[in-house]
Design a protein around this ligand. Structure first.
Ligand code: ADP
Length: 361
Protein backbone atom coordinates (compact mmCIF):
# COMPACT_ATOMS: atom_id res chain seq x y z
CA UNK A 1 0.00 0.00 0.00
CA UNK A 2 1.15 3.52 -0.64
CA UNK A 3 0.38 7.20 -0.58
CA UNK A 4 0.55 9.29 -3.75
CA UNK A 5 1.97 12.81 -3.77
CA UNK A 6 1.72 15.35 -6.60
CA UNK A 7 3.88 18.47 -6.44
CA UNK A 8 3.37 21.09 -9.14
CA UNK A 9 2.34 18.47 -11.71
CA UNK A 10 1.86 20.05 -15.12
CA UNK A 11 1.00 18.70 -18.54
CA UNK A 12 1.56 20.53 -21.80
CA UNK A 13 0.68 18.44 -24.88
CA UNK A 14 2.83 18.69 -28.00
CA UNK A 15 0.30 21.02 -29.62
CA UNK A 16 0.81 23.51 -26.77
CA UNK A 17 -2.44 22.62 -24.97
CA UNK A 18 -1.94 22.97 -21.20
CA UNK A 19 -4.12 20.15 -19.86
CA UNK A 20 -3.01 20.36 -16.19
CA UNK A 21 -1.66 23.52 -14.54
CA UNK A 22 0.59 22.74 -11.57
CA UNK A 23 -1.54 20.34 -9.49
CA UNK A 24 -0.31 19.78 -5.91
CA UNK A 25 -2.07 17.44 -3.52
CA UNK A 26 -1.61 14.18 -1.67
CA UNK A 27 -3.65 10.99 -1.51
CA UNK A 28 -3.19 9.21 1.80
CA UNK A 29 -2.31 5.55 2.08
CA UNK A 30 -5.61 3.63 1.85
CA UNK A 31 -7.66 6.64 0.77
CA UNK A 32 -10.32 6.61 -1.99
CA UNK A 33 -9.82 9.92 -3.79
CA UNK A 34 -12.12 10.97 -6.65
CA UNK A 35 -11.03 13.36 -9.40
CA UNK A 36 -14.14 15.04 -10.82
CA UNK A 37 -14.89 17.77 -13.32
CA UNK A 38 -16.56 18.37 -16.68
CA UNK A 39 -15.27 16.81 -19.87
CA UNK A 40 -11.89 18.26 -20.87
CA UNK A 41 -10.92 19.47 -17.36
CA UNK A 42 -7.78 17.31 -17.35
CA UNK A 43 -8.79 14.48 -15.00
CA UNK A 44 -7.85 11.63 -17.37
CA UNK A 45 -4.57 13.34 -18.20
CA UNK A 46 -3.81 13.57 -14.47
CA UNK A 47 -4.65 9.90 -13.91
CA UNK A 48 -2.65 8.81 -16.95
CA UNK A 49 0.38 10.73 -15.65
CA UNK A 50 0.05 8.90 -12.31
CA UNK A 51 -0.19 5.62 -14.26
CA UNK A 52 2.88 6.50 -16.32
CA UNK A 53 0.93 6.40 -19.61
CA UNK A 54 1.50 10.12 -20.19
CA UNK A 55 4.75 11.97 -19.71
CA UNK A 56 4.83 14.59 -16.91
CA UNK A 57 5.87 18.02 -18.32
CA UNK A 58 6.87 19.50 -14.94
CA UNK A 59 6.58 18.74 -11.23
CA UNK A 60 7.22 15.68 -9.09
CA UNK A 61 5.11 12.56 -8.66
CA UNK A 62 5.82 10.19 -5.77
CA UNK A 63 4.19 6.84 -5.00
CA UNK A 64 4.96 5.39 -1.59
CA UNK A 65 7.64 8.04 -1.04
CA UNK A 66 9.52 7.17 -4.25
CA UNK A 67 9.73 9.70 -7.08
CA UNK A 68 8.36 7.86 -10.13
CA UNK A 69 8.43 10.52 -12.88
CA UNK A 70 10.79 8.38 -14.92
CA UNK A 71 9.66 4.93 -13.72
CA UNK A 72 7.94 2.73 -16.34
CA UNK A 73 4.20 2.02 -15.74
CA UNK A 74 4.84 -1.66 -15.02
CA UNK A 75 7.30 -0.77 -12.27
CA UNK A 76 5.01 1.71 -10.44
CA UNK A 77 3.08 -0.97 -8.53
CA UNK A 78 -0.25 0.34 -9.79
CA UNK A 79 -3.16 -1.28 -11.65
CA UNK A 80 -5.61 0.58 -13.83
CA UNK A 81 -9.25 -0.09 -14.73
CA UNK A 82 -10.56 1.64 -17.84
CA UNK A 83 -13.99 2.63 -19.10
CA UNK A 84 -13.80 0.01 -21.85
CA UNK A 85 -13.36 -3.37 -20.19
CA UNK A 86 -10.80 -4.37 -22.84
CA UNK A 87 -11.20 -8.08 -22.10
CA UNK A 88 -9.72 -10.61 -24.50
CA UNK A 89 -12.82 -12.04 -26.23
CA UNK A 90 -11.33 -15.47 -27.00
CA UNK A 91 -10.14 -16.07 -23.43
CA UNK A 92 -12.25 -17.31 -20.52
CA UNK A 93 -12.72 -15.18 -17.42
CA UNK A 94 -10.00 -17.21 -15.66
CA UNK A 95 -7.61 -16.72 -18.58
CA UNK A 96 -8.36 -13.00 -18.70
CA UNK A 97 -7.58 -12.77 -14.99
CA UNK A 98 -4.39 -14.80 -15.38
CA UNK A 99 -3.05 -12.99 -18.44
CA UNK A 100 -1.25 -10.09 -16.73
CA UNK A 101 0.21 -12.37 -14.08
CA UNK A 102 1.59 -14.79 -16.70
CA UNK A 103 3.20 -11.87 -18.52
CA UNK A 104 4.90 -10.95 -15.26
CA UNK A 105 6.07 -14.55 -14.91
CA UNK A 106 4.35 -15.35 -11.63
CA UNK A 107 4.39 -19.06 -10.79
CA UNK A 108 1.32 -21.16 -11.40
CA UNK A 109 0.39 -21.66 -7.76
CA UNK A 110 0.45 -17.89 -7.13
CA UNK A 111 -1.69 -17.25 -10.22
CA UNK A 112 -4.28 -19.83 -9.19
CA UNK A 113 -4.41 -18.57 -5.62
CA UNK A 114 -4.86 -14.95 -6.69
CA UNK A 115 -7.53 -15.77 -9.29
CA UNK A 116 -9.50 -17.79 -6.74
CA UNK A 117 -9.28 -14.96 -4.19
CA UNK A 118 -10.28 -12.22 -6.69
CA UNK A 119 -13.12 -14.34 -8.11
CA UNK A 120 -14.37 -14.96 -4.59
CA UNK A 121 -14.21 -11.26 -3.67
CA UNK A 122 -16.05 -10.20 -6.83
CA UNK A 123 -18.56 -13.06 -7.01
CA UNK A 124 -17.01 -14.35 -10.25
CA UNK A 125 -16.29 -17.93 -9.17
CA UNK A 126 -19.24 -19.50 -11.09
CA UNK A 127 -18.18 -17.62 -14.24
CA UNK A 128 -14.49 -18.49 -14.44
CA UNK A 129 -14.93 -20.85 -17.42
CA UNK A 130 -17.15 -18.46 -19.40
CA UNK A 131 -16.18 -16.21 -22.28
CA UNK A 132 -16.73 -12.42 -21.98
CA UNK A 133 -19.55 -12.52 -24.54
CA UNK A 134 -21.49 -14.84 -22.21
CA UNK A 135 -21.42 -12.20 -19.44
CA UNK A 136 -23.55 -9.11 -18.78
CA UNK A 137 -21.99 -5.63 -18.88
CA UNK A 138 -21.78 -5.49 -15.10
CA UNK A 139 -20.10 -8.90 -14.92
CA UNK A 140 -17.57 -7.86 -17.57
CA UNK A 141 -16.71 -4.74 -15.63
CA UNK A 142 -16.22 -6.94 -12.55
CA UNK A 143 -13.77 -9.09 -14.55
CA UNK A 144 -11.94 -5.88 -15.49
CA UNK A 145 -11.80 -5.00 -11.78
CA UNK A 146 -10.62 -8.54 -11.04
CA UNK A 147 -7.79 -8.20 -13.52
CA UNK A 148 -6.57 -5.20 -11.55
CA UNK A 149 -7.20 -6.97 -8.24
CA UNK A 150 -5.05 -10.04 -8.99
CA UNK A 151 -2.07 -7.75 -9.49
CA UNK A 152 -2.28 -6.85 -5.76
CA UNK A 153 -1.08 -3.32 -6.52
CA UNK A 154 -0.29 -0.57 -4.03
CA UNK A 155 -2.59 1.82 -5.86
CA UNK A 156 -5.70 1.28 -8.01
CA UNK A 157 -6.42 3.81 -10.73
CA UNK A 158 -9.96 3.78 -12.13
CA UNK A 159 -10.87 5.86 -15.19
CA UNK A 160 -14.67 6.27 -15.55
CA UNK A 161 -15.15 2.52 -14.95
CA UNK A 162 -18.95 2.75 -14.84
CA UNK A 163 -19.62 4.88 -17.93
CA UNK A 164 -20.57 1.95 -20.16
CA UNK A 165 -23.16 0.56 -17.73
CA UNK A 166 -26.84 1.43 -17.51
CA UNK A 167 -28.09 3.40 -14.51
CA UNK A 168 -29.11 0.41 -12.36
CA UNK A 169 -25.87 -1.47 -12.96
CA UNK A 170 -23.86 1.68 -12.33
CA UNK A 171 -25.32 1.79 -8.86
CA UNK A 172 -24.60 -1.86 -8.09
CA UNK A 173 -21.02 -1.79 -9.43
CA UNK A 174 -20.46 1.49 -7.58
CA UNK A 175 -21.41 -0.09 -4.26
CA UNK A 176 -19.22 -3.05 -5.24
CA UNK A 177 -16.23 -0.72 -5.66
CA UNK A 178 -16.94 0.96 -2.31
CA UNK A 179 -17.13 -2.44 -0.62
CA UNK A 180 -13.95 -3.57 -2.36
CA UNK A 181 -12.13 -0.48 -1.15
CA UNK A 182 -13.28 -1.04 2.42
CA UNK A 183 -12.29 -4.70 2.27
CA UNK A 184 -8.85 -4.21 0.67
CA UNK A 185 -7.93 -0.88 2.23
CA UNK A 186 -5.86 -0.11 -0.87
CA UNK A 187 -5.30 3.44 -2.11
CA UNK A 188 -7.69 4.20 -4.99
CA UNK A 189 -7.84 7.13 -7.38
CA UNK A 190 -11.11 7.28 -9.26
CA UNK A 191 -11.88 9.56 -12.21
CA UNK A 192 -15.45 10.52 -13.14
CA UNK A 193 -17.40 13.40 -14.67
CA UNK A 194 -20.47 12.34 -12.67
CA UNK A 195 -20.94 14.39 -9.52
CA UNK A 196 -23.26 11.82 -7.92
CA UNK A 197 -20.62 9.11 -8.36
CA UNK A 198 -17.99 11.45 -6.92
CA UNK A 199 -20.11 12.40 -3.90
CA UNK A 200 -21.20 8.85 -3.08
CA UNK A 201 -17.82 7.13 -3.56
CA UNK A 202 -15.11 9.58 -2.60
CA UNK A 203 -13.68 9.89 0.87
CA UNK A 204 -12.28 13.12 -0.54
CA UNK A 205 -12.87 14.76 -3.92
CA UNK A 206 -10.60 16.89 -6.10
CA UNK A 207 -12.75 19.22 -8.23
CA UNK A 208 -11.06 20.26 -11.49
CA UNK A 209 -11.89 22.84 -14.12
CA UNK A 210 -9.78 23.83 -17.14
CA UNK A 211 -6.78 21.91 -15.77
CA UNK A 212 -6.88 23.78 -12.45
CA UNK A 213 -7.70 22.29 -9.05
CA UNK A 214 -10.70 24.21 -7.69
CA UNK A 215 -11.12 22.61 -4.27
CA UNK A 216 -10.18 19.42 -2.39
CA UNK A 217 -12.31 18.23 0.51
CA UNK A 218 -14.78 15.65 1.77
CA UNK A 219 -18.08 15.39 -0.17
CA UNK A 220 -20.17 17.11 2.51
CA UNK A 221 -17.63 19.89 3.09
CA UNK A 222 -17.64 20.62 -0.65
CA UNK A 223 -21.44 20.69 -0.65
CA UNK A 224 -21.74 22.86 2.43
CA UNK A 225 -18.82 25.21 1.82
CA UNK A 226 -18.01 25.41 -1.92
CA UNK A 227 -14.92 27.58 -2.44
CA UNK A 228 -16.24 29.26 -5.57
CA UNK A 229 -19.22 29.53 -7.89
CA UNK A 230 -17.96 26.70 -10.12
CA UNK A 231 -17.84 24.14 -7.29
CA UNK A 232 -21.16 25.49 -5.97
CA UNK A 233 -22.83 24.87 -9.32
CA UNK A 234 -21.10 21.60 -10.17
CA UNK A 235 -21.97 19.59 -7.06
CA UNK A 236 -25.63 19.14 -6.23
CA UNK A 237 -28.64 18.32 -8.38
CA UNK A 238 -30.66 20.39 -9.06
CA UNK A 239 -27.82 22.89 -8.95
CA UNK A 240 -27.56 25.69 -6.41
CA UNK A 241 -29.58 28.81 -7.31
CA UNK A 242 -27.34 31.85 -7.78
CA UNK A 243 -28.82 35.34 -7.57
CA UNK A 244 -26.81 38.43 -8.38
CA UNK A 245 -27.68 41.79 -6.88
CA UNK A 246 -26.92 44.07 -3.94
CA UNK A 247 -27.54 43.58 -0.25
CA UNK A 248 -29.44 46.32 1.54
CA UNK A 249 -30.56 46.64 5.13
CA UNK A 250 -34.02 48.15 5.35
CA UNK A 251 -36.53 46.47 7.56
CA UNK A 252 -34.25 43.40 7.67
CA UNK A 253 -31.56 42.23 5.26
CA UNK A 254 -32.68 42.09 1.62
CA UNK A 255 -31.18 41.19 -1.72
CA UNK A 256 -32.14 43.62 -4.48
CA UNK A 257 -31.85 42.12 -7.96
CA UNK A 258 -31.14 44.24 -11.04
CA UNK A 259 -34.64 43.33 -12.26
CA UNK A 260 -36.04 45.31 -9.34
CA UNK A 261 -37.18 42.24 -7.37
CA UNK A 262 -36.31 42.19 -3.70
CA UNK A 263 -35.85 39.09 -1.52
CA UNK A 264 -35.86 39.07 2.27
CA UNK A 265 -32.86 37.05 3.52
CA UNK A 266 -34.33 36.11 6.88
CA UNK A 267 -31.81 35.49 9.62
CA UNK A 268 -28.73 35.85 7.40
CA UNK A 269 -25.85 37.72 9.05
CA UNK A 270 -23.40 39.61 6.84
CA UNK A 271 -20.53 42.04 7.50
CA UNK A 272 -21.23 45.72 6.73
CA UNK A 273 -18.59 45.60 3.97
CA UNK A 274 -20.81 43.33 1.88
CA UNK A 275 -23.67 45.82 1.75
CA UNK A 276 -24.29 47.94 -1.36
CA UNK A 277 -21.68 46.19 -3.53
CA UNK A 278 -22.43 43.63 -6.25
CA UNK A 279 -22.72 40.18 -4.70
CA UNK A 280 -23.81 36.69 -5.74
CA UNK A 281 -26.01 34.83 -3.26
CA UNK A 282 -26.23 31.04 -3.54
CA UNK A 283 -29.15 29.05 -2.17
CA UNK A 284 -29.57 25.30 -2.51
CA UNK A 285 -33.01 24.16 -3.76
CA UNK A 286 -33.75 22.60 -0.36
CA UNK A 287 -33.19 25.99 1.33
CA UNK A 288 -35.76 27.73 -0.86
CA UNK A 289 -39.22 26.72 0.35
CA UNK A 290 -42.85 27.81 0.10
CA UNK A 291 -43.16 30.44 2.85
CA UNK A 292 -44.92 29.62 6.09
CA UNK A 293 -47.91 31.84 6.84
CA UNK A 294 -46.79 35.24 8.06
CA UNK A 295 -43.10 34.72 7.18
CA UNK A 296 -41.29 37.37 5.13
CA UNK A 297 -41.65 36.11 1.57
CA UNK A 298 -41.32 36.98 -2.09
CA UNK A 299 -43.64 35.92 -4.89
CA UNK A 300 -42.39 33.71 -7.71
CA UNK A 301 -44.32 32.22 -10.62
CA UNK A 302 -44.53 28.42 -10.99
CA UNK A 303 -43.11 27.51 -14.41
CA UNK A 304 -42.56 23.74 -14.33
CA UNK A 305 -43.31 21.10 -11.71
CA UNK A 306 -41.12 17.97 -11.77
CA UNK A 307 -42.39 15.23 -9.42
CA UNK A 308 -39.61 12.74 -8.64
CA UNK A 309 -41.68 10.61 -6.28
CA UNK A 310 -40.20 11.22 -2.86
CA UNK A 311 -39.79 14.92 -3.67
CA UNK A 312 -40.81 17.57 -6.19
CA UNK A 313 -38.60 20.05 -8.03
CA UNK A 314 -40.53 23.29 -8.49
CA UNK A 315 -39.08 25.54 -11.20
CA UNK A 316 -39.98 29.16 -10.56
CA UNK A 317 -39.57 32.49 -12.26
CA UNK A 318 -38.75 35.61 -10.27
CA UNK A 319 -38.87 38.58 -12.65
CA UNK A 320 -36.88 36.70 -15.30
CA UNK A 321 -34.61 34.93 -12.80
CA UNK A 322 -35.08 31.13 -12.81
CA UNK A 323 -35.14 29.42 -9.40
CA UNK A 324 -35.49 25.78 -8.35
CA UNK A 325 -37.01 24.62 -5.09
CA UNK A 326 -36.89 21.06 -3.77
CA UNK A 327 -40.03 20.33 -1.76
CA UNK A 328 -41.55 17.25 -0.20
CA UNK A 329 -44.61 15.91 -2.05
CA UNK A 330 -47.60 18.14 -1.38
CA UNK A 331 -50.43 19.80 -3.30
CA UNK A 332 -49.12 22.85 -5.13
CA UNK A 333 -50.86 25.73 -6.90
CA UNK A 334 -51.25 25.26 -10.67
CA UNK A 335 -48.64 26.18 -13.27
CA UNK A 336 -48.46 29.91 -13.88
CA UNK A 337 -49.69 30.73 -10.35
CA UNK A 338 -47.66 32.83 -7.91
CA UNK A 339 -46.21 31.05 -4.91
CA UNK A 340 -44.90 32.88 -1.82
CA UNK A 341 -41.33 31.63 -1.22
CA UNK A 342 -38.77 32.15 1.53
CA UNK A 343 -35.01 31.59 1.75
CA UNK A 344 -33.38 29.95 4.75
CA UNK A 345 -31.09 32.82 5.76
CA UNK A 346 -28.87 30.52 7.86
CA UNK A 347 -27.94 28.39 4.83
CA UNK A 348 -26.96 30.99 2.23
CA UNK A 349 -23.65 31.15 0.35
CA UNK A 350 -22.08 34.47 -0.65
CA UNK A 351 -19.65 34.92 -3.54
CA UNK A 352 -17.78 37.74 -5.25
CA UNK A 353 -19.51 37.86 -8.66
CA UNK A 354 -16.29 39.05 -10.35
CA UNK A 355 -13.82 36.42 -9.16
CA UNK A 356 -16.45 33.81 -8.26
CA UNK A 357 -14.67 33.23 -4.93
CA UNK A 358 -16.58 32.49 -1.74
CA UNK A 359 -16.90 35.38 0.72
CA UNK A 360 -16.52 34.70 4.45
CA UNK A 361 -16.52 31.17 5.84
P1 ADP B 1 -11.03 14.88 -19.15
O1 ADP B 1 -10.51 13.53 -18.80
O2 ADP B 1 -11.29 15.72 -17.95
O3 ADP B 1 -12.19 14.86 -20.09
P2 ADP B 1 -8.55 15.13 -20.62
O4 ADP B 1 -7.52 14.92 -19.58
O5 ADP B 1 -8.86 14.00 -21.53
O6 ADP B 1 -9.88 15.68 -19.93
O7 ADP B 1 -8.16 16.37 -21.53
C1 ADP B 1 -7.76 17.62 -20.98
C2 ADP B 1 -7.45 18.58 -22.11
O8 ADP B 1 -6.31 18.13 -22.84
C3 ADP B 1 -8.57 18.72 -23.13
O9 ADP B 1 -8.63 20.05 -23.56
C4 ADP B 1 -8.14 17.80 -24.24
O10 ADP B 1 -8.65 18.24 -25.49
C5 ADP B 1 -6.63 17.92 -24.20
N1 ADP B 1 -5.95 16.69 -24.64
C6 ADP B 1 -6.14 15.43 -24.18
N2 ADP B 1 -5.32 14.56 -24.79
C7 ADP B 1 -4.60 15.29 -25.69
C8 ADP B 1 -3.56 14.97 -26.65
N3 ADP B 1 -3.11 13.72 -26.78
N4 ADP B 1 -3.05 15.98 -27.37
C9 ADP B 1 -3.49 17.25 -27.22
N5 ADP B 1 -4.45 17.62 -26.34
C10 ADP B 1 -4.99 16.66 -25.59
Amino acid sequence: MANVQLDGIRKVYDNGQVAVHGASFGIADGELMVLVGPSGCGKSTLLRMIAGLEEISAGTLSIGGRVVNDVAPKDRDIAMVFQSYALYPHMTVAENLAFGLKLRRHDRATIERRIAAAADTLGLTPMLAKLPKQLSGGQRQRVALGRALVREPSVFLLDEPLSNLDAKLRHSVRTEIARLHRQLGTTMIYVTHDQVEAMTLGQRIVVLKDGQVQQIDTPMALYERPANLFVAGFLGSPAMNVLEGRLLRDDGLKLHLDSGASLPLGAAQVPEAWLQRPIAVGVRPEHLQPAADGAAAFQARIEVIEPVGNEIFVNLDLAGQPLVSRVSPRPLPALGQMLPMALDGACLHFFDPGSGQRLGD
